[in-house]
Design a protein around this ligand. Structure first.
Ligand SMILES: Cc1cc2nc3c(=O)[nH]c(=O)nc-3n(C[C@H](O)[C@H](O)[C@H](O)COP(=O)(O)OP(=O)(O)OC[C@H]3O[C@@H](n4cnc5c(N)ncnc54)[C@H](O)[C@@H]3O)c2cc1C
Length: 499
C-alpha cells in the first residue's frame, strides 16, 4: 500500500512552492508532483558560462516596497533584491532616435490617454475595447497634455512585464505625431499580453487599483533559483519531477491522482496549480467527477496572453550610449496591419513596437553590466516570429538592431541568443492570464479570476495559481497569494477533519 498524503500539490511553480512550504510547516504531509524536469514553472532563468543570469519568465518583484509578499520571502531566504538605477529610455522612430522632448511628448499623451480610459467613467458597453478609446479621434493620445512632475525620459523596463503596464509622467509638449503615438501605445500590448482591440474598456484600469505597483526589484541570481529555495526550504515536502498528472479523482475519503507514467498517489486533499492555458486543453475526464458547468465556461472564456522574450548576447556592447541607456523602444517603420504568416522576419520586426532592455547599462540588475539585450515581444510579433527557426529569428533581429541603432563602427555577430516559447510550452500554453477581455453580453469580468479559485468536491480539490487571484492575477504576487490562500484553507479543512 503506497503512502497517502494530507495534500498532493500539482505543479512546482510559485503557487505550488508556497502552498507546499506553508502546509508542511503547519505539520501536514505534502507531495508535489511536477510535470517538468525542473522546479519553477514560469520562473525560468537563462545563464551563461560566466554565470550571468537573465530571467526568461518572471523577472520583477513589482511593488517591492509596496507590500509584494515576494520581498519577505526573499529576505527570509537571504536573497538580495536589486532595485535598478533610473536610466534614460530612448525611443526610436522610423528615422532614428527621437529627441527626448519629442519622446516625452508622446509618453505624456499616452499617459493622459490611459488616464482617460480608467475607472470611474461612464460605463461603456462590454464590447468596447481599449483600442476604441485610445485611438478615437478625440483621444488625448493625439493631443496636448499638462505639466511635468518628474523627468519623463527615464523609464523602467519592468513596466513591460505582465500585470504592470505603467504610466509615464505627463509633460508640457504641444504636438503629437499620430503614427508615432499609436506605435508607442502598442507597447502597452506587451504587459497586457493581448492586442488593445481585445482588452475590455469597461474593466480597463481596474487592476491598477489592486495590484502591487511603484518600486520594482529583481531577485539576485534569478527567479528560478528563488522558487527552488522556497520549495526546498521545507525538508519534509516530497517533490517528484517528471510526473505529468493525467487525472484527478474524488474518492470516499480523499482524492486519487494519476500520472501519465501510470503511477497513482492518494491524498486527503489536492491543490491544482495547473495554469489556465493548460486547463483549457484538458479532456473533460481529467477531473472525475467533472468540473461544474459554470467553471468550465469560465475556463473556456477567460484569456491567456502572449509575451515572449528574445535575448541576444555579444562579446562587447556596440549600441549607442550603452552605459546610460536603460532601454530602447523601437516604434514601427511600417504599418502592423500588413503583417501576416507570409511576412518576412525583417517585415515583422519593422512593423512592431518593441522594447529592448539594455543589460550593459548602469541600470542593469546584474552584479556587473553585460553586453546583453533582452527584447519583449507582444502577441503579434511573438506569434509570427515563433513560426520561424530560433536561429533565423536571432540573426534577423541582430540585423534589425544594427540597422535601427546605426552604430558608427564594425559590429560583431551575437555570441549567444534565446527566444522563449511560452505559447507552445505544453505546461504553460501562454504567458499569463490577461486583463478582462471584451465580451458580447458582459460575460467577462474580474470576478472570473475569483471563480477560478473556488474549491470543489467539498473543499477537497482546491485551485491555486496566478489565474485564481482576482486582485493580483498575472503576477508572481498573485501566484504567491493564491498559494498562501489555498494552504490556509486546506490546512483548516485538514485540522477540522482530524478533530
Ligand atoms: C515572459 C514572462 C514574464 C513575466 N514577468 C513577470 C514579472 O516580471 N513579474 C511578475 O510578477 N510576474 C511575471 N510573470 C508572471 C509570472 O511568471 C507568473 O504569474 C507566475 O510565475 C505563475 O506561477 P504559477 O504557480 O501560477 O504557475 P506556474 O509557474 O506555471 O506553475 C505551474 C506548474 O504546473 C506544472 N504543470 C502543468 N501541468 C501539469 C501537469 N499536468 N502535471 C504536473 N505539473 C503540471 C507546470 O510545469 C508548472 O511548473 C511573467 C510571465 C512570463 C511568461
Amino acid at each position: 500500500m503506497s503512502k497517502s498524503y494530507d495534500t498532493v500539490i500539482i505543479g512546482a511553480g510559485w503557487s505550488g512552492a508556497v502552498a507546499a512550504k506553508q502546509l508542511s510547516s503547519a505539520g501536514h504531509s505534502v507531495l508535489v508532483l511536477e510535470a517538468r524536469d525542473r522546479i519553477g514553472g514560469r520562473a525560468r532563468t537563462w545563464s551563461d558560462k560566466d554565470k550571468n543570469t537573465i530571467d526568461l519568465g518572471c523577472s520583477w518583484i513589482h511593488g517591492y516596497k509596496e507590500g509584494n509578499p515576494a520581498k519577505g520571502l526573499a529576505q527570509d531566504l537571504g536573497i538580495k533584491a536589486i532595485l535598478p538605477k533610473a536610466a534614460e529610455g530612448v525611443v526610436y522612430g522610423p528615422d532614428g532616435p527621437l529627441l527626448s522632448s519629442q519622446a516625452a511628448s508622446l509618453r505624456s499623451s499616452l499617459s493622459s490617454a490611459q488616464a482617460s480610459t480608467k475607472l470611474p467613467h461612464p460605463s461603456p458597453p462590454s464590447t468596447a475595447s481599449l483600442a476604441s478609446a485610445l485611438f478615437s479621434p478625440s483621444s488625448p493620445l493625439f493631443s496636448t497634455s499638462s505639466a511635468p512632475s518628474s523627468d519623463p525620459s527615464t523609464t523602467n523596463v519592468s513596466s513591460t512585464s505582465p500585470a504592470n503596464p505603467s504610466e509615464s509622467t505627463p509633460s508640457s509638449i504641444t504636438s503629437v505625431d499620430e503614427t508615432l503615438a499609436e506605435g508607442l501605445a502598442r507597447t502597452l500590448e506587451i504587459p497586457l499580453g493581448l492586442k488593445l482591440e481585445k482588452a475590455s474598456l469597461k474593466w480597463s484600469g481596474w487592476e491598477s487599483t489592486t495590484s502591487f505597483a511603484g518600486s520594482d526589484a529583481a531577485p539576485e541570481g534569478g527567479y528560478q533559483s528563488f522558487v527552488e529555495k522556497v520549495l526546498k526550504s521545507s525538508d519534509t515536502v516530497e517533490i517528484k519531477l517528471n510526473q505529468k498528472v493525467s487525472g484527478i479523482k474524488e474518492t470516499s475519503d480523499g482524492v486519487e491522482v494519476n500520472t501519465s507514467k501510470g503511477e497513482k498517489y492518494t491524498g486527503r486533499t489536492v491543490i491544482s496549480t495547473i495554469p489556465l492555458g493548460v486547463l483549457k486543453t484538458l479532456p473533460s475526464s481529467f477531473f472525475e467527477p467533472g468540473l461544474p458547468q459554470k467553471l468550465q465556461g469560465i475556463i473556456k472564456g477567460t484569456n491567456v496572453g502572449t509575451l515572449e522574450k528574445l535575448l541576444v548576447k555579444y562579446d562587447k556592447p556596440w549600441w549607442p550610449n550603452y552605459e546610460n541607456t536603460g532601454s530602447y523602444t523601437f516604434l514601427p517603420t511600417s504599418s502592423t496591419t500588413e503583417l501576416n504568416e507570409t511576412s518576412t522576419l525583417d517585415e515583422i520586426f519593422n512593423a512592431s513596437s518593441l522594447v529592448t532592455a539594455n543589460f550593459a547599462s548602469i541600470s542593469s540588475t546584474l552584479s556587473s553590466p553585460q553586453p546583453i539585450l533582452l527584447t519583449y515581444l507582444s502577441e503579434t510579433p511573438a506569434k509570427l516570429l515563433l513560426a520561424h527557426p530560433k536561429q533565423d529569428v536571432i540573426q534577423a533581429f541582430h540585423q534589425f538592431l544594427v540597422k535601427r541603432l546605426n552604430p558608427s563602427g564594425e559590429v560583431d555577430e551575437p555570441v549567444d541568443g534565446e527566444l522563449t516559447d511560452w505559447l507552445k510550452d505544453e505546461y504553460s500554453l501562454g504567458a499569463t492570464t490577461t486583463p478582462t477581455i471584451i465580451s458580447e453580453n458582459d460575460e467577462r469580468s474580474p470576478m472570473d479570476f475569483k471563480e477560478l479559485g473556488r474549491p470543489i468536491w467539498s473543499g477537497k480539490l482546491g485551485f491555486a495559481g496566478e489565474h485564481t487571484e482576482m486582485e493580483h492575477r498575472g503576477s508572481v504576487a498573485g501566484a504567491i497569494v493564491s498559494g498562501l490562500r489555498e494552504a490556509d484553507r486546506v490546512g483548516r479543512l485538514l485540522d477540522l477533519s482530524k478533530e
